[in-house]
Design a protein around this ligand. Sequence first.
Ligand code: PMP
Length: 308
Amino acid sequence: MDVAFVRGAFVPLSEATLDIRTHAFLYGTAVFEGIKAYWVPAEDLLYIFRAEDHYKRILNSAKILRLHSPQDLAGMIQRSVEILQRNQFRTNTYLRPIIYKADTRIGPVLVVPDTRDEFLLFAEPMGAYLNKEGLHLTISSWRRLDDNMIPARAKVNGAYVNTALAKTDAALAGFDDAIVLNQDGHVAEGSAMNLMIVRNGTLITPGITDNILEGITRDTIMTLASAELGIPIEKRPVDRTELYIADEVLLCGTAAEVSPVTQIDFHPIGTGKPGPVTQKLMDLFDKVIHGHLPQYQHWLTPVPLKTL
Ligand code: PMP
C-alpha cells in the first residue's frame, strides 16, 4: 500500500487527509518542491537527483512566506529516502514535499500566536512529462508573476494558478506548452520549466531577476554545458523575437528534464528539428541522473530498495 508522510508520521495514502479549513487550502499558503528519483534496475536502487538543493530551495521558499518547517534539511532528505524505501516503486518516481500553514482559521495573515506549519511528503511514479522529439510552444497571453506580487523564485502553491492558466490555454489551443513573458515583456520561462536558447554557439537564458524560478535543472544544464561542452553561457534578458531566430530552444526542469522546442507559434526553430547542443545536453543529463558520470555523483542520493 502506498504511504505518505503527514503530521510527523508515515501513514497509508488514503489516511493522509487534511481538514477542509486548512489555511493552505483556503489561501494557497504553502510552498513545495518537485523532486525526481531515477530508477537504476541493474543496482536495484533509486537516485534522488539534487535532493539537498531542492530542500534548500523549499526552506528559502518557506522563509519568504514566513513559514517554519518542522523538519530540517537532513530530516526532509531522510524522509525522502524512507518514503521511497517504504513504497518500493521500481520506476522513476516524483517526490512532492510541501511545507504548509496548517492552522484551521479564516483570515489570510501568516503570523498569529500559536500558528502551526506542517511538512508533508508523498511520492508517485512519473513517466515522461513532455515529449522529447520536439515541442510546439505558444507565447502565452498570461504574464509571469512578479517578485512584488507572488515571488517567482519561491515555489508557492497558490502561484501555480498562473501556471495552470498558461498551460491550460496552451493545451486547449493544441500546443504542447506555453512560454510566459514577464511584466517587462521579456521571456521568463515555460509554464513550469526554465527556457534556454542557443545563438551562434552561446547558451542564453534569462537571469534570476527576470521573475523566473531559480531552477535546479537550469543550474545543472549550465554546469554541464560549460564544464563538459565548453559552451559559453549568458544570463540576460531574452526578447520574444530572439526565440524565433534562435538556432535552438530548449526547456529544462525536474519534470521536463531537457526537452527540445522545435516550433513556437508556427515559427520553426532552427532547422525545425532538435539541435545538436540540445541533443548533447539531453544525453549528458541522462548520464548524470543515472550515475554514469562520477564527477556528478555528489548530486545523487542513492536509495537501495532491498534493505527492507
Ligand atoms: N519554473 C517553474 C515555474 C517550475 O515550477 C519549475 C519546476 N520546479 C521550473 C521552472 C524548473 O525548476 P527545476 O529545474 O528546479 O525543477
